[in-house]
Design a protein around this ligand. Sequence first.
Ligand SMILES: [Zn+2]
Length: 239
Amino acid sequence: MKEKLLLLISLQECDTQLVKLSSKKIKLPEKISKMEEDFRLYQENVEQNKRKYDELKVRRAECETKVKKLNEGMIKTKERLLEVKNNKEYQAMLKENETAEKTRGDIETQIIALMEEMDKLSVLVKNDEETLKQAGIKHEEEKKIIEDDLSAVDADTVNWASKRDGLQKTVPADLLAQYERVKKRNNGVGVISVWKAVCNGCQMKIPPQLYNELQRSNDLLSCPNCNRIMYFQNQEKSA
Ligand SMILES: [Zn+2]
């Protein structure tokens, strides 16, 4: 009987590992997605200065286009001035030119302010880029550990499943059926260790007489509370 019990314990080990692996197969990809999302949010936050810088760059380009148009307009006005015959028209054109010059002056002041702000931002952006680069390296390293773990899952599953197949053939049919039945009712655990008169599955105290019997007898005994097949294990020795 002891030998059969050892077979069941090995079978239980296979089943426990297979459950762990199938949970990993679901959870690890979720963990990777979560990491990716967290990093994306972090990146978005770090890139705030860069976005601001790009925004200012667009505004500066817009200002420069305006200045260019004003300059072109002023050249045309000057050309027209040469052809003007009457004084009133001449004065109006001078006034037009004056207004354009003032507007250009205002826009040029804006451009200088934009450039100063961009200079300050570009220092921050450089720092942010370095921060992001370092964080990116760390993120990739951490992700790789999980990806490696995940890529080992399939091979491990094949190994444990084939070990289980081999073991299952050596367990008598009635015992196997009992194990499967108890396991199904007890969250995947059909065989459980008992130490210091406590069932490690349901944490219930085993009556003294049964506990004695468990340590001495070769009979297959079940926990009176959870029905799992019990085996005695000195956990001080095994630890
Ligand atoms: Zn129990």
